[in-house]
Design a protein around this ligand. Structure first.
Ligand code: NAD
Length: 329
């Protein structure tokens, strides 16, 4: 049985990836400092280490004791707006800490690394769908840090022969079909959970910009279900174990939905009205961000299966209700 180390395995994407790997016969070890993750999620792992990826002694211990065959690196700071206020902290967390992990792998023997990158590496390109060879031009420190981390991983491939795969997710969404894990943040900034909360609590949801050059004036985004993301990570590791070349791939559904359409759909699934207010555009936003998905299919055989927007919203609603029930217990 192969062992996979998932950093950030107590977070939204990481925890779903842990469950998926276990469902496919892997043993999973998690390192997570619980800065934004949850102990309940981390405890799904076969072995949970509460700690930081920049803790060299912890990494030495894990790499010696756990005979890790591959690494999925999800641990990061991942809020765009926060990154504009704390750029140094973001580069430290997303590039510096990744360097500490990669250095430990080099010292203990290289093995494949799948890295959680992001569509923010592209910034706001003129043309969609976005292909992997679209120029990378991030427009915020978060995107800059993800691009720098991709480059660091690629450099470790060149210098040390470390196999690496960067997965550029578009908008991660949905929840585990069995409601074991899902989106759960202390300070939520993501559209779908905030629309659900607005519908359940009667709060107002703010649409940032209704004057974009799109059919209804709101931004268009590409959502991918975390169960699909989790499968892509497993396929990515299996690809690298089979000797696949290091590269970077988009992970999206390939379909765009506008924020106003999203609000309507969430309202329909919840059967609750959602009050909307229109605010000015946020600096650094792009009108339309959708993925070209062909390369992930060619390289990994990956096709999104659970990423229809209806399915994503139904799963996210089921999770949000389950989470509320748990907290009332
Ligand atoms: N959610 C999205 O839409 C999205 C899109 C593109 C890329 N990503 C990337 O996917 C990854 C996971 O994102 P998420 O949405 O699950 O976020 P999340 O905040 O839920 O998960 C991140 C996890 O990493 C842990 N962590 C953070 N710093 C750590 C450190 N120094 N040491 C150990 N653990 C640490 C946190 O406690 C948390 O459990 C991130 O790298 C993010 O940049 C997310």
């Amino acid at each position: 049985m192969k062992t996979v180390l998932v950093t950030g395995g107590a977070g939204f994407v990481g925890s779903q990836t842990v469950l998926h790997l276990q469902d496919h016969g892997y043993r999973v070890v998690v390192i997570d400092d619980l800065s934004t993750g949850h102990r309940q999620f981390g405890l799904h792992a076969d072995r949970f280490y509460e700690g930081c990826v920049e803790d060299t002694a912890l990494l030495d211990q894990v790499l010696v004791d756990e005979s890790v065959d591959g690494v999925i690196h999800c641990a990061a700071r991942a809020l765009v707006e926060e990154s504009t206020r704390e750029p140094v902290a973001y580069f430290q967390a997303n590039v510096g800490n990744f360097g500490v992990l990669l250095d430990a792998l080099v010292r203990h023997g290289t093995r494949p690394v799948v890295f959680s990158s992001s569509a923010t590496v592209y910034g706001a390109p003129d043309e969609v769908p976005i292909e992997e060879n679209t120029r990378t031009l991030p427009i915020n420190p978060y995107g800059e840090s993800k691009l720098a981390a991709e480059r660091l991983l690629a450099a470790c491939g060149t210098s040390y022969g470390l196999p690496g795969l960067s997965l550029r997710y578009f908008n991660a969404a949905g929840a585990d079909a069995a409601c074991r894990v899902g989106e759960w943040r202390r300070h939520e900034t993501h559209a779908i959970p905030n629309l659900i909360a607005a519908g359940l609590d009667g709060n107002t949801f703010t649409v940032c910009g209704a004057d974009w050059p799109t059919p209804d004036g709101s931004c268009i985004r590409d959502f991918i279900h975390t169960e699909d993301l989790a499968r892509a990570h497993r396929l990515g590791l299996e690809y690298l174990w089979a000797g696949g070349e290091s590269t970077a791939l988009n992970l999206g559904s390939g379909n765009g939905i506008s924020v106003l359409e999203l609000a309507q759909l969430v309202s329909k699934v919840l059967q609750a009205e959602i009050h909307l207010e229109i605010a000015p555009r946020r600096p650094g936003d792009a009108a339309v961000l959708t993925a070209q998905t062909i390369r992930a299919r060619e390289v990994l055989g990956f096709v999104a299966q659970r990423s229809s927007i209806q399915q994503i919203i139904e799963d996210a609603v089921a999770w949000a209700l389950a989470l509320r029930n748990r907290h009332q217990d």
